[in-house]
Design a protein around this ligand. Structure first.
Ligand SMILES: [Zn+2]
Length: 450
């Protein structure tokens, strides 16, 4: 008999448990997290892991010590004063390591309540190309330059110094971007370092791509051989999705990720849930259940959610979810494995190829479900799903897409009615929100720039 959760550290984030300030209603996502015995991420993660290199040294330090900064391909030290959020250091410089560690110690001294601190690099590339740093460069399994040994060596050097003052407060560090693959050479990590794998290639349903699905277990096992202080933080089923496009449940990914992590002995998972509860309920439920017991049968849990959530309307709703899933999966499988930001965005191309051709079919299944629903709760759940399609239809048309029969659709609203709809749903959990805000523009082309 299992007495506690399989993953002692577990979070499901971006599920609207941090409410907009003006919302005076109950925090239902937080009540739901409580019912699932999930910790609230906003109460503070045990292992901090945000991009943090600009937290400990400041532009004054960078200007006083250009030799601490990353070197570019021409041999010049980079200047990050205009974009501090991207700062990169020359991590083989011992004075830089000392100064950075002193900065971390200073922050921990000033914040006695912090459980940990992040030493993760700033986002993006521009890592140091000086001869000393280059000696640590390797090649990842896809033939691209990897700075993983640079980063792990730096984490160890900083951690050793910080441990002298704060041995009990772990330091979280990403393995991410062009340092997400475990090193081929063995390396022993300091005991106060926690590696946080944020596998950029696998963001936004990237694990649907055969090349990534196939390598997944070996990547996870490789990292767990480096250290058991390991937190998996993935945006696996996350999409920037402001226009109401319902995301698929992603059962294939749920069957792959947490069970593989559990088998490899990972103690910590920190997953992005689905913020749009109108369609994301089953996925959030599956994440919560699998974090307690990753051996559970995903298909059985899915059937259970559909039966409990929609009652007699479950059959057409499953068809509707699976219609989206099949098309979504085919799109992702055909997408290039080389990462670009728009890969985790529901933009014009995805809406046009995945949703637009079957909008009428989605509506037909939804109507069937409405006819079969037997209770007010089931109807309310369907309405939450339907609100997303009201928004999607409006935003497709606002982007100039031609939707056959749009004005006869049950999801059609005149502009006045749509403005009223937006007011009525201002704080609805059914629709996706990022950092407490909706973005109400039309479906966008290319990469989001809102
Ligand atoms: Zn360097």
């Amino acid at each position: 008999m299992q007495l506690g959760p399989h993953f002692p550290l577990r979070y499901l984030v971006d599920v609207q448990d941090s409410r907009p300030g003006a919302d005076k209603g109950p925090n239902t996502p937080r009540e739901w997290l409580d019912r699932q015995k999930m910790p609230w991420p906003h109460a503070g993660r045990k292992i901090g892991h945000g991009h943090a290199w600009d937290d400990y040294l400041k532009p004054e330090d960078w200007q006083a010590h250009p030799e601490w900064m990353a070197m570019d391909a021409e041999g010049k030290r980079r200047d990050f004063t205009a974009r501090p959020a991207g700062v990169k250091y020359c991590t083989t410089n011992p004075q830089l390591v000392q100064a950075f560690a002193a900065g971390v110690i200073g922050r921990l001294d000033a914040h006695p309540a912090w459980k940990s601190a992040s030493i993760s690099p700033a986002d993006g590339g521009d890592f140091c190309l000086c001869p000393e740093c280059r000696k640590l460069h390797t090649t990842d399994p896809h033939g691209r330059r990897s700075v993983v040994m640079n980063i792990l060596t730096f984490y160890n050097a900083v951690a050793k110094i910080v441990a002298q003052k704060h041995p009990d407060r772990p330091l979280g560090g990403y393995v991410y971007y062009n340092y997400m693959y475990p090193p081929a050479e063995p390396i022993k990590m300091e005991p106060n370092v926690w590696l946080v794998l944020a596998p950029l290639n696998y963001y936004g349903f990237g694990l649907y791509k055969p090349v990534y699905r196939d390598e997944f277990a070996s990547v996870i096992n490789g990292w767990l051989k480096v250290t058991k202080n390991f937190n998996y933080h993935n945006y696996s089923t996350w999409m920037r999705d402001f226009n109401g496009a319902p995301l698929p449940v992603a059962r294939d990914l749920l069957k792959l990720e947490l069970p593989t992590l559990a088998a490899a002995g990972a103690p910590s998972v920190d997953m992005l849930g689905m913020g749009g509860w109108g369609y994301g309920g089953p996925t959030n439920y599956l994440y919560a259940k699998l974090m307690w017991d990753p051996k559970q049968d995903v298909d059985k849990l899915y059937e259970e959610w559909m039966a409990l959530g929609y009652g007699p309307a479950a059959a057409p709703m499953k068809q509707l979810y699976e219609l989206i899933e099949t098309r979504f999966k085919a799109y992702k499988e055909a997408e290039s494995p080389v990462y670009r930001g728009e890969m985790y965005e529901i933009n014009y191309d995805k809406v046009e190829k995945i949703y637009l051709p079957v909008f009428g079919e989605m509506e037909r299944l939804y109507q069937q479900a409405l006819e079969l629903a037997a209770t007010d709760k089931q109807r309310a759940r369907l309405a939450m799903f339907g609100d997303n399609l009201v928004m999607l239809l409006h935003d497709m048309r606002a982007a100039g897409m031609v939707v056959p029969g749009a004005e006869q659709s049950v999801f059609f609203r005149t502009e006045d009615q749509y403005q009223q709809f937006l007011k009525d749903t201002e704080f609805s959990n059914a629709l996706y929100r990022h950092a407490g805000k909706r973005w109400l523009g039309p479906v966008w082309k290319g990469e989001w720039n809102g």
